[in-house]
Design a protein around this ligand. Structure first.
Ligand code: 6PG
Length: 212
């Protein structure tokens, strides 16, 4: 089983929940492989490192080390990190082409940034249009933190049974309004080949929201 985690602050509570007795005991740790949808190009132990956050909160305590698959950030540059992670994903998948009937991931977690980005796919950036590669470098970020990123592309992220967007808090209301209006934003372009589910809390929902 393969789960692709996400960065930012939104998933932290979910990660904390997975570390509690009730959830921890229901996860078949030996059989779950953990990946990450995007990474900030900072050292693994930097507080900004997305996989580092997941590791500190729950992975390092419960997952076998060989089942944790971070995007490397000790490479010469983000291009090299992207190439290496793409190779890793392709060898895990057992092919270098995605087959629409056989998803790469079981679950892909996603968040939405204030500009409508998801993973490190920012509006109008070339990475968003890339359909040949599974992982690419993003030399400059569009929002904080302004560090280079490495991100999975839309086809790689979309190759999953379930894509789960998690959006919470009133500071997400403005961007969620734009997403729900159907604006052409990266978050609206990310779809699973299986199911795409949006988990939104009340504070983030636009006041006049009546369902989609
Ligand atoms: C990252 C993320 C990014 C994130 C959104 C939401 O590396 O920043 O993976 O796509 O999910 O920016 O972030 P917040 O949860 O912090 O609002």
């Amino acid at each position: 089983m393969a789960i692709c985690l996400t960065g930012g602050s939104s998933p932290k509570q979910l990660y904390q929940l997975l570390a509690t007795d009730g959830y921890r005991s229901r996860i078949p740790w030996d059989r779950v492989h953990w990946f990450i949808g995007d990474e900030r190009f900072v050292p693994a132990d930097d507080p900004l490192n997305n996989m580092g956050t997941a590791r500190r909160i729950f992975l390092d305590s419960y997952a076998p080390a060989s089942n944790i698959h971070p995007i490397p950030t000790d490479t010469a540059n983000p291009q090299e990190a992207a190439r290496r992670y793409e190779n890793k994903l392709q060898s895990f998948y057992g092919a270098d082409r995605l087959d629409s009937t056989r998803p790469l991931f079981d679950v892909v977690l996603m968040g939405v940034g204030p500009d409508g980005h998801t993973a490190s796919l920012f509006p109008n950036y070339p990475a968003l249009e890339n359909t040949d590669r599974w992982v690419v470098e993003v030399p400059t970020a569009h929002v904080e933190p302004f560090v280079p990123r490495v991100t999975l592309t839309l086809p790689a992220l979309g190759s999953c049974r379930e894509m789960l967007f998690e959006v919470s808090g009133s500071d997400k209301r403005a961007i969620l309004t734009r997403v729900l209006d159907g604006e052409d934003l990266p978050a609206n372009r990310a779809h699973s080949t299986g199911e795409t589910i949006w988990l939104v809390d009340k504070a983030a929902l636009p006041e006049n929201f009546r369902g989609r």
